[in-house]
Design a protein around this ligand. Sequence first.
Ligand code: ADP
Length: 322
Amino acid sequence: MGAKTIAVLTSGGDAPGMNAAVRAVVRSGLSFGMKVYGVMRGYNGLLNGDLKEMNMRSVSDIMQHGGTALFTARSPEFNTPEGVQKAANMCREKGIDGVVVIGGDGSFRGARDLTGAGIPCIGVPGTIDNDIACTDYTIGYDTALNTAMEMIDRIRDTTESHDRCSVVEVMGRRCGDIALNTGVAVGALTTLVPEIPYDFQKDVLDRIRLAQSTGKRHYIIVVAEGVGHTQELAERIQKETGIESRATILGHVQRGGAPTLRDRVVASRMGYHAVELLQNGLGNRVVAMKGEQIVDFDITEALDMPRTFDEKMYRVSAILSI
Ligand code: ADP
């Protein structure tokens, strides 16, 4: 039998587009005749009973904003067997028989545990990092890419004016997708990602010298967060080449801002799909995108999938950047 009363929460790191997913869950649930609760501050709201019943207007005018109107949090208390039981009890008290969790891998582990405690949960991938193995796309990724690209375009203007080298660190945790795609989009001389070990001489110095020999006088190097050492890298480049080098860590600017069309549309489709699964009596599923299709997987299997890295894109990036 399908869920009659559902709840939606956003958990872990926020991402632009989460609001569109929340809106889709609320409106799809209501249109299927369900009662829908919005849970505040991730799993914390389930522990504290901080949730409110939603109506069609509760999610008006949120889709165009970054962040999450439900707020988000990391909840160490939930991440214990007692915490999971407490959250499940709160769901039972409110009659909640389905929960949509919008977040990353960590949040999905919580969703798996809460399903195990008797409350069917559906995960929706919301993170700028695009670091979830089962899906080609995560909500927030496109906005973050565009923000990083815009910021690096600005850095390029000043780098060019001063004949400098700029080493720019972008986000992505252990995943190099933001770096790789941004690197191609901004024409970075070299892009360093955690998936492929780099050689300072070959991948950095030799590339700078080769570009220099063709008349190039300014250089953008994109470094993924998972590689790190951005400041040291800039210092080392300056020391070895004599080119004035600056490090910029873009940081949380990449997490904010109005979501792009792609993030709003994908989030809307994923939110709808999550509610459809609950309506069909399913739980322990994660919504994903494969190609342009919205699909779903068992959460436990999804969490065990190995992540793949686009090595062809990496080669393309190396060839085009000179
Ligand atoms: P993200 O969802 O962005 O990966 P986190 O890893 O911080 O973010 O996870 C968000 C929340 O999900 C945590 O604060 C915790 O409450 C819950 N969580 C994370 N890992 C687990 C786990 N292994 N088991 C149960 N709950 C977890």
